[in-house]
Design a protein around this ligand. Structure first.
Ligand SMILES: Nc1nc2c(ncn2[C@@H]2O[C@H](COP(=O)(O)OP(=O)(O)O)[C@@H](O)[C@H]2O)c(=O)[nH]1
Ligand SMILES: [Mg+2]
Length: 362
């Protein structure tokens, strides 16, 4: 029976796995452990590489997921798949030093802490692996704000390397927002009772091979986390992002329309059609960058298919919008109210369809 499960979420980490298992084995002498690799159908064959490792070493297990993406849900599913009493979460790219695990485990199993966080920013740590001074400063700032919010005195609440009792993570799982951003912050704010936390200094290394998948800016990540905590219960975070992007798209639409209709003297219908297309394309691009950063479509083929799908979705949404607004207006509802209702229905419809058919499973 393993004492400790190490959850390794992976997305295109094929080359990093075998050396990481070797390092875990060296670091964890005397501790019984298993590694659970949770792979989201990586294109580079990470899951096959993981299964090949598992054939040679029964301590390695693999969960492969299809049609889904997201770090937070990968971590939760890994934790639900182990019977080990303790669980550690770490990057599979060698940025997190496995040599810290025994000390982290000792703090939690010895009753000193409920959760141990490997910090990039406490005295004795170094954040060398954070590429660029800008990213490091942004990260420190976000951390200070996060501390104020969660009321915890942590130097690195956005760390991706931590250890806790598996049962605690499982019991919090239904309350995690799971939007796919920083899961530690999510765990800290989901817990009703304050958690006892200790930190251990981490020498944050550069990633060994492959590229970062979480290249959204930390400031954006943080704002999303903030919104999610304060208002996510009322209007779901992803829908709020989608609607905000839509509102910016209205601005793009008006700008293009003004340019073509007023300045270039095109006919209104043509100008309106081109403006609509420009706004849809802009919205697709921005949603792909921000709203669905964790499921971003990459590569020319996928982006083109997504773009076409998004335009088709929006066309259906526009029909629903116009139909409802027309119906309400004909029944004597004030025209502004009718238009507003149409816009809301159109937005909800677009969101529902595109989250499923453009950035979802199909
Ligand atoms: N299963 C799964 N793993 C992911 C996903 N996104 C990132 N990862 C993995 O999570 C870890 C952290 O991501 P990484 O790209 O290193 O982020 P960074 O350290 O912030 O640059 C790595 O092991 C990634 O392979 C995802 O959507 N699903
Ligand atoms: Mg990393």
């Amino acid at each position: 029976m393993p004492q400790l499960a190490i959850i390794l979420p992976t997305l295109n980490e094929r080359e990093n796995l075998a050396p990481l298992i070797t390092r875990l084995d060296t670091a964890l002498g005397g501790i019984t452990w298993e590694a659970i690799i949770v792979d989201d159908n990586s294109a580079d064959g990470t899951a096959d590489a993981a299964r090949a490792l598992a054939l040679a070493d029964p301590r390695i297990r693999v969960i492969e997921r299809f049609g889904r993406r997201g770090l937070a849900s990968a971590v939760v599913e890994g934790a639900c798949a182990t019977a080990a009493q303790y669980v550690a979460v770490m990057d599979a790219d060698h940025q997190h030093d496995p040599a810290l695990l025994p000390a982290m485990l000792a703090d939690v199993s010895g009753g000193k802490a409920d959760i141990v966080v490997a910090s990039r920013f406490m005295p004795g740590a170094d954040a060398g692996g954070l590429e660029g001074v800008g990213r490091e400063n942004a990260s420190r700032l976000a951390n200070r704000l996060a501390c104020k919010l969660t009321g915890t005195e942590l130097t690195d609440p956005m760390s991706g390397y931590f250890l806790l009792e598996t049962e605690r993570l499982r019991s919090l799982a239904p309350r995690l927002s799971g939007i796919g951003f920083k899961i530690l912050l999510d765990i800290l704010s989901a817990s009703a009772e304050p958690l006892r936390i200790t930190e251990i200094p981490l020498h944050f290394a550069g990633r060994r091979s492959g590229q970062s998948k979480l290249d959204r800016t930390i400031a954006f990540e943080f704002l999303v986390g903030l919104y999610d905590r304060l208002l996510g219960r009322f209007v779901p975070t992803r829908f709020a992002l989608f609607a905000t992007v839509g509102a910016v798209g209205v601005g793009v639409h008006m700008a293009v329309l003004a340019l073509l209709y007023l300045m270039a003297g095109s006919g209104f219908i043509l100008a309106q059609a081109l403006a609509t297309f420009a706004a849809m394309s802009f919205n697709f691009w921005l949603n792909n960058q921000l709203t669905y950063a964790d499921r971003r479509l990459r590569g020319t083929g996928a982006v083109l298919r997504g773009w076409l799908g998004f335009c088709a979705t929006c066309a259906v949404g526009a029909l629903a919008n116009i139909a409802l607004a027309g119906l309400l207006e004909a029944r004597g509802v004030h025209w502004m109210l009718a238009a507003g209702a149409g816009i809301v229905i159109g937005a909800v419809w677009n969101y529902a369809l595109s989250s499923r058919f453009v950035w979802g499973r199909y």
